[in-house]
Design a protein around this ligand. Sequence first.
Ligand SMILES: [Fe+2]
Ligand SMILES: [Fe+2]
Length: 259
Amino acid sequence: MLLDTFDPYRPAVIDWPELAQDVRARLAGLPFWDVAVETEENAGRRMQALADATADRLIRRALALNAFEERRHKEVLGHMMRFYGIRLNGEIRGQPLRDALWAFLRTGYGECFDSFFAFGLFEMARRTGFFPPELVGVFEPVIQEEARHNLFFVNWVAYTRATQGWPRGWGFAARCLAALAVQTAKRLSIAQSVDGDNFTRKGGAALGIEIDARGFLALCLAENERRLAPYDPRLLRPRLMPAVARLAMGLLPRAAALR
Ligand SMILES: [Fe+2]
Ligand SMILES: [Fe+2]
């Protein structure tokens, strides 16, 4: 699936749209460019490391393509930042890599978390015109690639586990759970410092849109489904984030009634 649906776009020839001064300033003012570049850098290195350590030739090719696409994301960001004069605040440092499998698992679950919300945010930015349509068009393949990566990752996990037998399969499952726990804890500690409903409402107001946490989760869910729909229905779908989102949506009105 990953190899068959490869999109051969080239960052160097992207035709960046001229932006009005205020739109450019808004783009430059987004607080996450450093994190984004660093995340793509690390994801690329980790996926390449697992590709290099994988014996199965077909899976190695898929992992290497995944790594290539992460490096390409970083390139897209680099070109965009140069074109619009956006500067990094610090130096990007790659994290040292000791255990390729562990690093890959953490990256994979991290992407499942982050892209689920990125799908909703991107759609919000599109609907509100926060990103002008030309810019949405440029980033569309990048966002769609993350949906493919999530799909590849959950199927890779299931396949790897199924081919390892007992007890290695259980050892592998335990590492998956640990990686998932680490990524959950990281994001919970961030979420703790943010009042979710207030955050989405304020964020929505900044985008000129009225949305509460519940509406935002519904948007993430719908976008997640839409982006995964084109692929072979026999493939497993990421289940965790949609389940968490549905659970949260079920709890949110009750939380409001308690206040
Ligand atoms: Fe990426
Ligand atoms: Fe990715």
